[in-house]
Structures are given as structure tokens and as C-alpha cells.
Ligand binder design. Structure first.
Ligand code: HEC
Length: 122
């Protein structure tokens, strides 16, 4: 588990606190800071942090077929509580303590843009 990344994320969290306008740009920033290191800037699961000791590949957000298996509520769960909360790898960290609800909602929209899909309904 790359602790470095978590620490970096915490520092970014601190530096981001207090901003919070221009939502789309804000979401892109949030995604780049917190998610892109593993999921890649374009969301393809090819971020620079993904090395050989990664036993599981981060989800490729551009694969509509996979992303359509998940509801928005599923996305929210895994973002807030991390991989193990949904029987996935702990390599996916929990973000509930780092991100605001608004940031998480923004990220879900961003992921839906990347997959160009609506997700499983229900
Ligand atoms: C330290 C690396 C890392 C970071 C940073 C990270 N993820 Fe992940 N993420 C993963 C891995 C690995 C998986 C795949 C887990 C699995 O399939 O068992 C994953 C899976 C996911 C999934 C799919 C879960 C599923 O049920 O298929 C979503 C959604 C997700 N991440 C969103 C995010 C968001 C949003 C962020 C930024 C707030 C983020 N991730 C940051 C590593 C990371």
C-alpha cells in the first residue's frame, strides 16, 4: 500500500480546503489530485502510481461496459468507503474523510462523462 500517496493526498486536501467555486474545473482538479495517480488523467487506469506491486488494476473509467454494471450509488460507496467496503481491493482507498459530499457527487458525474454511460439504474 503506497503510503506516500495517501500523505500526498492529505496535503492536497489541506491545500484545497477553502476553495470551492467553478464546479467543473474544481472536479477536474480533485480528480487529478486524488484519482489520476492510479486511475490516470484520462481515467484509463494507467496512472503513474500503478506499478508491478499493484495486484489489481485500477478501474478503467472509459470502459462503458464495466462502468454500466455499477449504479451511481455503487460509485459513491466505493469512493467514500474504499475497495474493501464493496469487496474490492484495498488498493482503492476510502475518500470519505478527505472529500466533501459535493466533491464526491462531482466526481461521479466526471466518471460518467469519462465512460459516456449512465450506469446501472436502480
Ligand atoms: C492508490 C491508487 C488509487 C487511487 C488514488 C484511487 N483509486 Fe479508485 N481504484 C483503485 C484500484 C486498484 C481499483 C480496483 C479495485 C478492484 O477492482 O478490486 C479502484 C477502483 C475504483 C472504482 C471501481 C470500483 C468497482 O466497484 O469496480 C471506482 C469508482 C474508483 N476506483 C474511483 C476512484 C476515485 C473517484 C478516486 C479519487 C477520489 C480513486 N478511485 C482513487 C486504486 C485507486
Amino acid at each position: 500500500m503506497p503510503k506516500r500517496i495517501l500523505i500526498a493526498a492529505a496535503i492536497f486536501a489541506a491545500s484545497l480546503a477553502g476553495t470551492g467555486d467553478a464546479k467543473a474545473t474544481e472536479t477536474e482538479k480533485v480528480f487529478k489530485f486524488y484519482c489520476a495517480q492510479c486511475h490516470g488523467v484520462g481515467g484509463k487506469g494507467d496512472g503513474p502510481n500503478v506499478t508491478e506491486d499493484f495486484k489489481v488494476s485500477p478501474r478503467n473509467f472509459t470502459k462503458a461496459k464495466e462502468m454500466n454494471k455499477l449504479t451511481d450509488a455503487d460509485l459513491k460507496n466505493v469512493i467514500l468507503d474504499g475497495g474493501p467496503a464493496v469487496d474490492k481491493s484495498p488498493l482503492m482507498p476510502p475518500w470519505g474523510k478527505t472529500l466533501t459530499g459535493e466533491q464526491v457527487d462531482g466526481l461521479i458525474k466526471h466518471l460518467r462523462k469519462l465512460c459516456n454511460c449512465k450506469g446501472k439504474q436502480g
